[in-house]
Design a protein around this ligand. Structure first.
Ligand SMILES: [Zn+2]
Length: 195
């Protein structure tokens, strides 16, 4: 069984007021990227480490006055941001990739087409470029499938909660127990990530 890489393609608003310091765009980026890393789609809510702002075209290829161009910023987890760094194989800022190496803006449908997920949520590259990005950004890390699974259980529990809220039978106790286990698990994961 396969799953799409992500449910939603992030989209940058075009009416964000211009700021001098790109760090001041964090709240807007968080919103536009649905609280998820543009590259691996891990939720910030589950990761609990500080998410960062990546320059899609790296700073080394930009003029200093372009650092705060909103259309070039990506909300990214520390793992992806650290792996990406200043990599830009084409060395041409107007050419994001050559079909085999390079990047695709995460705010595009094309990015969705690079990957899919297997039954347990592991990221599987679908194209040559997908393979290169997968390897460079370390999208094989276990944490990505783990966080995808937790996300999924959370969604199922939410649906179940909505359905079950007004029921008065033994499934309600079972549900409460299950929710508590899940919460304990997420809390434990948060502590581990914070440490
Ligand atoms: Zn990431």
């Amino acid at each position: 069984m396969k799953h799409p890489f992500r449910d939603k393609t992030p989209s940058r608003r075009i009416d964000i007021p211009k700021r001098n310091n790109y760090q001041h765009y964090k709240d807007e980026l968080r919103k536009d990227f649905n609280g998820r890393c543009g590259y691996c789609n891990d939720s910030e809510g589950l990761r609990n480490t500080f998410y960062e702002i990546d320059h899609f075209i790296p700073k080394t290829l930009l003029n200093i006055n372009e650092y705060s161009n909103y259309e070039n910023l990506v909300f990214a987890c520390r793992y992806c941001n650290n792996s990406k760094r200043d990599k830009w194989p084409t060395n041409d800022r107007n050419k994001t990739n050559n079909g085999r190496e390079g990047f695709i803006d995460p705010c595009s449908k094309e990015y969705d087409e690079l990957f899919e997920r297997n039954a347990v949520g592991e990221i599987i590259p679908k194209t040559d470029l997908g393979k290169w990005i997968y390897s460079e950004l370390k999208l094989y890390l276990y944490r990505h499938s783990l966080l995808w699974q937790i996300d999924r259980i959370g969604k199922i529990l939410k649906k179940f909660r909505e359905y079950n809220l007004h029921q008065k039978d033994e499934t309600k106790d079972l549900f409460i127990k299950m929710s508590c286990y899940f919460q304990d698990y997420v809390d434990l994961l948060r502590e581990e990530n914070a440490g």
